[in-house]
Design a protein around this ligand. Structure first.
Ligand SMILES: Cc1cc2nc3c(=O)[nH]c(=O)nc-3n(C[C@H](O)[C@H](O)[C@H](O)COP(=O)(O)O)c2cc1C
Length: 181
């Protein structure tokens, strides 16, 4: 069986809507992610309002896809839900990747737009969307139906794999078997 490899980020979308069922599947996958101590610190703001989209685009000028795509989801981390200080970032990253994987499974296209730890973006998005201070905007995932099919890129690199000790690296295509010192 082939490994699960993420398809490339999608930056161009058709004008087909993302329906509520698809949004629910994305959220179910995102909330199924692992988290430190099972703290599940996430919240999700679904953005489909056209005016809000263009105001978000003003905050994130390079994210031209926000106004093109039918929906965006802002993942946020609730500081009050932390059991282990600092781990909310890792939890939210795991959740974001789960959401992206589900988008791929559904045949949707998506892109992760950085919010945290860029203070200006965190502040501006939090203010625009009335997010309470203890909830930190983490990542904006823009989602839609891809305008064209994208292929997964095979990025396996055996020089990044170390067997038992650092100096022992794999030299086979799939990374198992022969090793060299
Ligand atoms: C933490 C993180 C932040 C990212 N932020 C942005 C961003 O702000 N703008 C953007 O265009 N792409 C962003 N991306 C997408 C990356 O640019 C993209 O994943 C990377 O170039 C690899 O390309 P691929 O996803 O097509 O394989 C981000 C990805 C990650 C994981």
């Amino acid at each position: 069986m082939d490994p699960l490899i993420s398809k490339s980020t999608v930056r161009e979308y058709s004008n087909r809507a993302v329906d509520d069922k698809e949004i629910t599947s994305l959220l179910e996958a995102a909330m199924g992610a692992p988290s430190a101590g099972d703290e599940r610190p996430w919240h999700f703001v679904i953005i489909r309002d056209e005016d809000l989209k263009s105001r978000i685009q003003d905050i994130l000028p390079e994210a031209f896809m926000v106004t093109q795509a039918p929906a965006s989801i802002l993942l946020c981390g609730d500081q009050n839900k932390q059991k282990h200080p600092g781990f909310w970032v890792l939890d939210c990253a795991a959740s974001t990747q789960s959401l992206l994987d589900e988008a791929q499974r559904l045949g949707l296209g998506a892109i992760w737009i950085a919010v945290y730890p860029i203070d200006g973006r965190v502040e501006s998005l939090g203010g625009l969307l009335d997010i309470p201070r203890h909830v930190i905007p983490f990542a904006l995932v823009v989602v839609g139906h891809p305008a064209e099919a994208r292929k997964a890129e095979y990025r396996f690199n055996s020089s990044r794999v170390h067997y038992d000790t650092w100096s022992r690296v794999g030299n086979t295509e799939r990374g198992v078997g022969r090793t060299e010192r």
